[in-house]
Design a protein around this ligand. Structure first.
Ligand SMILES: Cc1cc2nc3c(=O)[nH]c(=O)nc-3n(C[C@H](O)[C@H](O)[C@H](O)COP(=O)(O)OP(=O)(O)OC[C@H]3O[C@@H](n4cnc5c(N)ncnc54)[C@H](O)[C@@H]3O)c2cc1C
Length: 531
């Protein structure tokens, strides 16, 4: 058993920010399932939305967020996050984060931050580090963490399940005492205990066959919290990024929305712009509308992709503003300064998740959730671009303050040792890989950008069958990372389908042909699931 004051599951922006704030108050364990930098954060390109210019205002950022959220955001949460953004950005800069600056000096002759523009934002307000913002965030935070002797990082450790007082038979409600954690190098399961546990495990893009997310995004946090009895909400709102590179050899490479923000236009395979038929903002319409428009164009023409064209901009500008996208596409033989980029939509962001307030508190005492794993009410039915890094920064700060202000209830309870099956059967490993593929394809085909009641019912039945098989396998065989992740993507898939089935309307990212319009009775109503 390993005892700490703070147990943090995940080393993206949410987990690392919380860790830095907690470190001066106790011993911190960061448990992370791969290398410490491997996270969705590390791949964020566009940037962080925050009001930092005179032409912008909190009111405008709030309004843009509410508009994208299609009537489901919690306005008080939106206000808090938007208004506290600039202070948190300043902290990142103080830690050494280097945002891109404008070439020309500002009015007072000093350097000014360069502000990008993305879909749904009425002003330029995206702080970025070229097109590698997330990498720079991870670098700055991990560098600061390396100077904190109170923080210990456990790489290649995957959280399996939470340890709760209910599970160990204590009579004090349902309090989180820590987590069972699988060390994938030694193949051992450890019990980590702490009075405060933070879920910062990110999203669930890997539930879908095509995704912009890296392999870590298997919905572990949502599945773990659900099994422990926490409320989960709004999982039907999966954001599909409209523009993922379409190339047989490219695995989940995103073409940032900022490319459209800087003038890139979407065209069909005949070279004709099509977004004017779908929305007045054309290629810069909110993401759900752009993704559905591309889906519809592809279905109409039978094509496998559409084009994103930025060739009308000067080549030096493109190369300087998007060095990572330029280099990566070049690697696949596509010169984006001379030819359009083939793109398709792909699963990108989980707007729902573990229900929390703006301080990251869940309905299990001692358990906090922050970042993509959480559902605070900021995003509503559709996330405004670049609001997720902002949410993680602000809520991690608030969660740390809340945890530090509370009484940290330590436990002397006897934690039972981990029990697992001990059978090994290499022949049966095919069950794991087959079920992985089946869930991801089923979700893509039946629970994707456009849904129907029939498709949801089909998906629900198939996933329930697969879960039966996975459960049997889980209890009989020795655990592996693949098996743990499979069990979690199956649960995340189940939660997405059940939430989508509960919502009898189309709103934001949940588009169901059987109810093609929003139902006013469902405005401000979340779909909440609890075990
Ligand atoms: C390609 C791409 C581009 C993006 N661009 C932007 C952008 O420009 N602006 C923006 O605001 N947002 C962007 N996003 C979304 C944003 O990056 C994420 O929402 C955000 O980084 C999530 O941060 P997080 O800390 O919650 O989770 P993550 O950064 O995903 O970190 C999760 C961590 O948890 C670990 N983990 C997961 N499960 C377990 C487990 N069972 N046990 C232990 N550890 C576990 C992972 O290994 C990882 O360390 C983008 C996302 C992608 C994929």
């Amino acid at each position: 058993m390993k005892k700490f004051d703070f147990l943090i599951l995940g080393s993206g922006i949410a987990g690392l920010t919380f860790a830095l704030k907690a470190a001066s108050h106790g011993r911190v364990a960061i448990v992370t399932k791969k290398d410490r930098a491997e996270s969705n954060t590390n791949y964020a390109q566009g940037g962080i939305a925050a009001v930092t210019s005179k032409e912008d205002s909190f009111e405008m950022h709030v309004r843009d967020t509410l508009t994208a959220g299609a009537g489901l955001c919690k306005e008080s949460v939106v206000r808090t996050i938007v208004e506290e953004g600039p202070a948190r950005i300043q902290e990142l800069i103080d830690l050494g984060m280097q945002f891109s600056e404008r070439d020309a000096p500002g009015e007072d002759g000093g350097r000014e931050l360069d502000l990008g523009k993305e879909g749904g934002h009425s002003k330029r307000r995206i702080l970025h580090a070229k097109d590698m913002t997330g990498r720079e965030v991870e670098r700055a935070l991990l560098n600061a963490i390396s100077k904190q002797p109170n923080i210990q990082i456990f790489e290649n450790h995957i959280a399996v399940d939470l340890i709760t007082s209910r599970k160990v038979g204590l009579q004090d409600g349902n309090r989180c005492l820590g987590a069972y954690v699988f060390d994938s190098k030694s193949n051992r399961v450890w019990a980590f205990t702490a009075p405060v546990t933070l879920l910062a495990t990110g999203g669930c893009g890997k539930v879908y066959l095509y995704t912009t997310n890296p392999d870590i995004a298997t919905g572990d946090g949502v599945a773990i919290a659900y099994r422990a009895g926490a409320s989960i909400a709004n999982m039907e709102f999966v954001q599909f990024h409209p523009t993922c590179l379409f190339h047989p050899k490219a695995k989940s490479f995103l073409i940032s929305e900022a490319v459209r923000g800087e003038g890139g236009v979407l065209k069909n395979l005949e070279g004709r712009e099509f977004m004017d038929a779908y929305h007045p903002l054309k290629s810069l319409a909110p993401r759900d509308i752009v993704a559905r428009a591309i889906d519809s164009e592809m279905k109409k023409s039978g094509s496998q992709h559409v084009w994103l064209d930025i060739t009308h901009k000067p080549a030096p500008f493109i190369i300087d503003r998007f060095p990572n996208i330029y280099r990566t596409c070049m690697g696949y033989g596509i010169d984006i300064t001379k030819e359009p980029i083939p793109v398709v939509p792909a699963a990108h962001y989980q707007c729902g998740g573990v229900v929390t307030n703006v301080d990251g508190e869940t309905d299990i005492a001692g358990l906090y959730a922050v970042g993509e794993v959480a559902c605070t009410g900021l995003h509503g039915a559709n996330r405004l671009a670049s609001n997720s890094l902002l949410e993680a920064l602000v809520c991690a700060h608030r969660a740390a303050e809340k945890a530090l202000a509370g009484t940290m209830q330590k436990t002397d309870a006897k934690i039972p040792l981990w029990q697992s099956g001990n059978a090994t059967n290499a022949d049966e490993l095919v069950v794991v890989s087959h079920n992985w593929d089946e869930i991801r394809r089923c979700m893509w085909d039946y629970v994707g950008i456009v849904r129907t009641n029939k498709r949801l019912a089909r998906a629900g039945t198939r996933i329930a069958n697969l879960q039966g098989e996975i459960q049997e396998y889980y209890w009989n065989f020795i655990v592996t990372s693949d098996l743990l992740e499979l069990r979690n993507i199956a649960t995340a898939a189940e939660l997405i389908v059940r939430c989508a089935q509960q919502r009898p309307e189309s709103r934001g990212l949940n588009y169901n042909l059987d109810y093609p319009h929003p139902n006013p009775a469902w405005a401000q109503r979340d779909t909440v699931l609890r075990k």
